[in-house]
Design a protein around this ligand. Structure first.
Ligand code: NAI
Ligand SMILES: NCC(=O)COP(=O)(O)O
Length: 333
């Protein structure tokens, strides 16, 4: 039998976004949502601005397990100024980065079973000198893993999708693709399906880049020159890989039943089908890390922050998936 999990660390994200509200709502509905113990990390005022419930201030995750029953355990990372919901500030961006750093550290040290990250605003982080495309690459760096060797998986009940290129302009996608990068993301995805989901022989479906997967070269040559060689290399390692598939016909119900994850060539090719099918419960899971890291699939939603309209289900799904991944990892070593 695997040992009980330590609590999960949940960073609140941008204090002016919906992160504090959805984390508080998760604690409120912890029993109905089937959530394990977690400790929030972030600005206490961002919670009290949107929530009247009980906070249990802790300094060590070991205190969180007992406290979780009676209040939302919080390790405080106070922002330099009080943030107004919906109005992001530079102080808030610093707070979201400090909270992320601390939460990742708790997972790396083993004090927490994994980290669940609340939504941050990328442009706000860029404004304070954050040099990573997103939290995925930041966490990878803190874990000493090359960003090429991690994969950003978006997972819902009937689809798991991984983009090869992530936060780059669409005009840079074709140039950003290479056989070694596709292979690395494919390998991280396949190993991640084993390690986090316990799928012994995972099946990966690889999308093409161009319409009709290039139509034999008539509509683009990336499939022939870059994607097929990467697929061949992964197959030669013994993995079950198919493709390149035309992206427009690989997400319908029957097609999804034929694979465990879809490897897509760019951000929206993966995230549009995932969010169309599963926006309310989609989870962003970073594969290839020595720690568990998940996040809800959505962003800061500044447009509704402070209005009590934020849906906590994706955050709840991210917390549950972090716990189940940690359990699968603990069981398989
Ligand atoms: N993992 C992360 O930290 C992510 C951060 N972002 C960041 O979020 C910021 C805003 O991005 P957007 O493209 O506007 O996406 P968004 O997901 O924040 O919002 C898109 C739309 O969905 C709604 N929405 C989002 N989450 C919701 C929830 N839980 N309940 C109810 N409605 C919800 C919003 O109100 C908005 O109308 C950007 O700065 C981006 O960088 C975006 C995606 C992921
Ligand atoms: N659109 C997905 C997304 O923005 C995830 O980014 P991050 O988790 O790397 O910050």
């Amino acid at each position: 039998m695997s040992p009980p999990l330590t609590p999960l660390a949940v960073s609140l994200g941008d204090p002016a976004g919906i992160g504090p509200e959805i984390v508080a709502k998760c604690w409120d509905a912890r029993r109905a949502l089937g959530l394990p113990a977690f400790v929030a990390v972030g600005d206490p005022r961002s919670l009290s601005a949107v929530w009247d419930g009980p906070l249990a201030m802790v300094t060590d995750p070991r205190e969180a397990e007992a406290a979780f029953e009676f209040g939302l355990p919080l390790i405080a990372v106070p922002a330099a100024g009080a943030d107004i919901p919906g109005v992001p500030t530079i102080n808030g961006a610093h707070c979201s980065l400090d909270s992320l750093e601390l939460a990742v550290g708790l997972a790396r040290s083993g004090s927490c079973s994994g980290v669940v990250t609340g939504p941050v605003a990328k442009h706000q982080l860029y404004a304070i000198g954050f040099s990573h495309p997103g939290q995925t690459e930041f966490v990878a760096e803190r874990c000493g893993v090359s960003p090429q060797n991690v994969a950003m998986m978006l997972a819902g009940p009937t689809l798991r999708a991984v983009p090869v290129t992530t936060h780059i302009p669409l005009t840079a996608v074709a140039a950003g693709l290479s056989a070694p990068l596709i292979e690395a993301r494919g390998r991280a995805t396949l190993r991640g399906l084993q390690r986090n989901f316990g799928i012994g022989e995972p099946r990966l479906a690889v999308a093409g880049l161009n319409p009709h997967a290039g139509e034999g070269g008539a509509l683009g040559r990336e499939e022939i020159e870059i994607i097929q060689p990467a697929i061949d290399a992964l197959r030669a390692e013994g993995w079950l890989v198919t493709g390149p598939h035309p992206a427009d016909t690989m997400f319908h119900t029957a097609a999804r039943a034929r694979y465990d994850a879809a490897l897509c060539m760019y951000h929206d090719q993966a995230l549009i089908p995932l969010k169309a099918l599963h926006f309310e419960e989609g989870v962003n899971l970073t594969l290839g890390l020595p720690i568990v890291r998940t996040a809800p699939d959505h962003g800061t939603a500044f447009d509704i922050a402070g209005e009590d309209r934020a849906d906590p289900r994706a955050m709840a799904a991210a917390i549950r998936m972090a716990a189940s991944s940690a359990r699968v990892r603990a069981a398989h070593g």
